[in-house]
Design a protein around this ligand. Structure first.
Ligand code: PHE
Ligand code: ZN
Length: 884
């Protein structure tokens, strides 16, 4: 257990920096265990702060200081400056501008936290967001200190033939009779140090170029492990499409002569938007049909776009402080979602984004780590790169567009870009732009950024046939979250439709005569009524069309109403939603029956309704695939909410899957055939949709468990011509257990053991198998020669997938699943707190479990809390989890 309680940082304590650093001159001599960093800083007191007489505090961690000079004069320890584990203080700096020079040594090889400068499979790379720069050199490490950079990198030619940094290349040359060399880069755009990056190593690369809207040529490069160049083309193609899209949709042009992307194997998260030099987790760059699934192609397209879009939303306009993280992340996720929707199917994109939000953000909002999209305090900022900041943050931007309308939204974005270019900005400044262009008061909307928790809308619709009216009543319930019990009502845009018996939308006219043309009603008070008039028949309500707000919604609806909406709703998102609600409701009923020891016969009507939907050829295959995916076991657990028994849920899920497969056997077999692969592989959305539908069908058929279904999965696996089909079948067979599992795993292993990315699928398939020996297998795999506890991708593939994608084995009532993950969290926390803390989040819903599992989970958490030297990261999460 930690003895010192780490201090919380608060938004209300924000003060401007006492000093500004206008320019940074870095000279880095790369050596595996002893890299020398010479920094020359141009410093001046901040005219916008009362800096008089203030000391200059520089952040710095894990640094060995060799020299410190101010305006050319050596400083004396104790007299002129003090030094600690977390930084360095210059006691009486000059009143005017001055130059500060330091030389420090760092050890990239020993850096397993993967923050600062480290080595990954022999290549040097950096990760500075949020606070990694302080592990490279002494600096004022906060996003509101912006500097231009000139960077000289020097390294062994053999070890690091490629040397990259931010901005434009200036010069290169050889040293030491050709044994060493150097490169100089210059970034003219002032940036906070978290956007600094440097790379050195052996790479293979592909090059291309892009002509911007004003006719400038930009050189593009994607750098990957030598030999894997052929797998970099999809990333390059995605980059060019993203660049064009940002010009067309947002009028944003790229602003340097080069844009480089580098893929590395050891990376804590997905990717990083360093100015002009994005660094990626290699799994989000490398793709070929035989090694990457359609899902990965899609993820690569979206993350490449996301990081590129940051160039304007994040880099040109950055965040004043880390509390404003959603200013760049929520907005950039919104932009990448729009991009993906335009490149693919907007409806399917919306469905997958909403699934994602509900699966990750809703439980966060309902658990111990609940925090507002703009948090007001944190212990460790790395714990706040969350689904709330990213995904809910994106929903807030989407709602903002709904509130102000598309035109004022675009004008507001333009204003934001011109007004704040070069700034470190705040959410208030962002919203102010839209208040101005729309003339709307956004004060109440701001509450979305300040209050945690998922609002609940309790709705009812009463139809009065004689008066031809329908009264829509809505109450917003704002559930309490840790530290926030009383909440202010929020401004919730609810997009609705009243669907008439003929399946057509009826006109929306309120009793005050107002016609609601955009279909959006504005819920702003705790309780509200809307009376719709002129309704010649009883309508069925289609609520929250397109998921117009990140809320939970309840309304009494019959199964017939849901079937009707599944078949008729003009809003395709809500058609899917009706199917999903119907399935969820059915599953919850089956679970309740299992709990009482009854057998439920529910599901046949749902299966028939589903059959009607998937027969509809007018619906694109990708959309029909979404219809066929039943709610996940976690979705059902979330819906049940308390006394959760994961075995019951698992059985209910199987039961309904089987029923659907049996009821629709003929249609499914027919679909499977008609969606089979034709011609050469193409990763485009349409072809991917056909594969998705075929694989969704296979998933259902395999649940029936008849020998012929298993044989079909085996054939699917063995005859697969792409990784999408191969991996999908592997997961199904690993889940089925028995001899087919062993054979498939062995075959896959032999085929892919030399591919460090593809083999993660082999770990994952075993980690998420619901078979009862999974805990033992996962434990054994942690000592497999291809597993490495210091590589985050391996930890996520094996332990992460087990903890989050295998509800039935992770939540074993004997607690062995919980214990296994707790041990891993403690082991990883010793060298990589960020990854350990993230893994720990798998326990966040432990209070919703039934008593036996709850006790076992608490025990595992208590064990983590008692760990000897907990990091701030793990400490913050585990203490919140155990807090009563
Ligand atoms: N800023 C990165 C993004 O694009 C995420 C990130 C944060 C990556 C911190 C690494 C470390 O979302
Ligand atoms: Zn981002």
């Amino acid at each position: 257990m930690r003895t010192d309680t780490p201090r919380a940082i608060r938004l209300k304590d924000y003060r401007p920096p006492a000093f500004l650093i206008d320019h940074v001159d870095l000279d880095v001599a790369l050596e595996p265990a002893r890299t020398r960093v010479r920094a020359r800083l141009t410093v001046r007191p901040n005219p916008g702060a009362a800096a008089d007489m203030e000391p200059l505090r520089l952040d710095g961690e894990h640094l060995e200081l060799d020299l410190i000079r101010l305006d050319g004069k050596d400083l004396r320890l104790g007299t002129d400056y003090d030094i600690s584990d977390v930084g360095l203080t210059i006691k009486a700096p000059p009143r005017g501008a001055f130059r500060l020079e330091t030389v420090t040594y760092i050890d990239p090889d020993a850096n397993k936290a993967l923050q600062g400068l480290y080595r990954s499979r022999g290549v040097y790379c950096t990760q500075c967001e949020a606070q990694g720069y302080r592990r490279i050199t002494y600096f004022v490490d906060r996003p509101d200190v912006l500097s231009t950079y000139r960077v000289r990198i020097e390294a062994d030619v053999e070890q690091a033939p490629v040397l990259l940094s931010n901005g434009n290349p200036v010069e290169r040359g050889t040293l030491d009779r050709g044994r060493r060399h150097y490169a100089i880069w210059h970034d003219p755009h002032p940036k906070p140090c978290y956007l600094f990056a440097l790379v050195g190593g052996r790479f293979g690369s592909i090059a291309s170029s892009f002509e911007t809207m004003s006719g400038r040529k930009v050189d593009l490069g994607v750098y990957v492990e030598p030999g894997l160049e052929a797998r970099a083309h999809w990333a390059m193609d995605s980059l060019k499409r993203a660049m064009r899209w940002d010009e067309q949709r947002f009028g944003r042009e790229y602003d340097l002569d080069v844009f480089n992307i580098v893929a590395v194997s050891d990376f804590n998260l997905g990717a990083m938007e360093n100015k002009g030099l994005n660094i990626f987790n290699d799994r989000l760059i490398l793709a070929s049909p035989d090694t990457a699934t359609d899902m990965m192609f899609e993820a690569i397209e979206s993350v490449v776009a996301h990081e590129y879009f940051h160039n304007w939303t994040g880099n040109r306009i950055t965040c004043r402080d880390w509390f404003q993280l959603c200013l760049k992340e929520g907005l950039t996720v919104f932009r990448d979602q729009e991009f993906s929707g335009d490149e693919r199917s907007a409806t399917v994109q919306r469905i997958t984004d909403v699934r994602q939000l509900r699966a990750h953000q809703f439980p966060e909002d309902a658990g111990p780590m609940a925090h507002p999209v703009r948090p007001s305090s944190y212990i460790e900022i790395n714990n706040f790169y969350t689904a709330t900041v990213y995904e809910k943050g994106a929903e807030l931007v989407r709602m903002l567009r709904t509130l102000v309308g598309a035109t004022a939204f675009r004008a507001g974005m333009d204003l934001y870009f011109t007004r704040h270019d070069g700034d470190a900005a705040t959410i208030e400044q962002f919203l102010d732009c839209f208040a101005l262009t729309s003339g709307r008061d956004l004060t109440q909307f701001m509450t979305w950024y300040e209050q945690a928790g998922t609002p609940q809308l309790v709705c009812s619709l009463a139809y009065d046939a004689r008066a031809r009216r329908a009264e829509f009543a809505v109450e917003q319930v704002l559930p309490p979250t840790p530290g926030e019990t009383r909440k202010r009502p929020q401004h919730i845009p609810v997009k609705i439709g009243l669907v008439g018996p003929d399946g057509r939308d009826m006109p929306l006219r309120l009793d005050n005569g107002e016609a609601i043309d955009d279909g959006v009603i504005h819920v702003t008070r705790r309780r509200q009524h809307f009376t719709f008039t002129g309704l010649t028949a009883r309508p069925v309500a289609s609520l929250l069309r397109g998921f117009s707000a990140p809320v939970n919604l309840t309304i009494d609806r019959t199964d017939r109403d849901l079937e009707f909406l599944m078949a008729n709703d003009s809003d395709l998102f809500n058609r899917w939603q009706a199917a999903n609600s119907y399935a969820t409701r059915t599953l919850v009923q089956i679970v309740a029956a299992l709990k009482e020891g009854r057998r439920s016969s529910r599901g046949a009507a749902y299966a028939r309704a589903l059959g009607a939907s998937i027969r509809d050829d007018k619906l694109e295959p990708a959309y029909r695939a979404e219809l066929l995916k039943l709610p996940t076991q976690s979705d059902i657990a979330r819906e049940i909410g308390r006394d959760v028994d994961t075995d019951h849920i698992h059985r209910a899920h199987r039961q309904l899957s089987r029923l659907v497969a049996t009821t629709l056997a003929a249609e499914l077999a027919q679909l499977y055939k008609s969606m089979s692969n034709k011609g050469a592989f193409s990763p485009d959305a349409k072809s991917a949709g056909r594969r998705a539908l075929r694989n969704a069908v296979l998933t259902l058929l395999v649940q029936r468990g008849e020998p012929k279904d298993i044989a079909l999965a085996v054939k699917h696996f063995e005859s697969a011509t792409n990784m999408t089909d191969e991996a999908h079948a592997l997961f199904l067979l690993a889940a089925a257990g028995g001899r087919v599992r062993d054979a498939a795993l062995e075959r896959f292993y032999e085929r892919w053991r030399h591919d460090h990315l593809v083999i993660d699928t082999w770990f994952a398939a075993q980690a998420i198998s619901p078979q009862s020996d999974t805990v033992d297998r996962v434990r054994a795999l942690t000592t497999h020669p291809l597993f490495s506890i210091t590589t985050p991708n391996k930890v996520r593939a094996l332990v992460g997938n087990f903890a989050t994608m295998n509800p039935v084995q992770f939540n074993r009532p004997d607690g062995t699943g919980y214990q296994l993950v707790a041990e891993q969290v403690l082991a990883i926390d010793r060298f990589n707190p960020q990854v350990a803390a993230r893994l720990l989040n798998c326990y966040r819903s432990w209070r919703a479990l039934e008593p036996t599992r709850r006790r076992a989970a608490r025990k595992a958490l208590a064990r983590v809390a008692a760990g000897p030297h907990l990091s701030r990261d793990v400490y913050e999460i585990v203490s919140r989890m155990l807090d009563t």
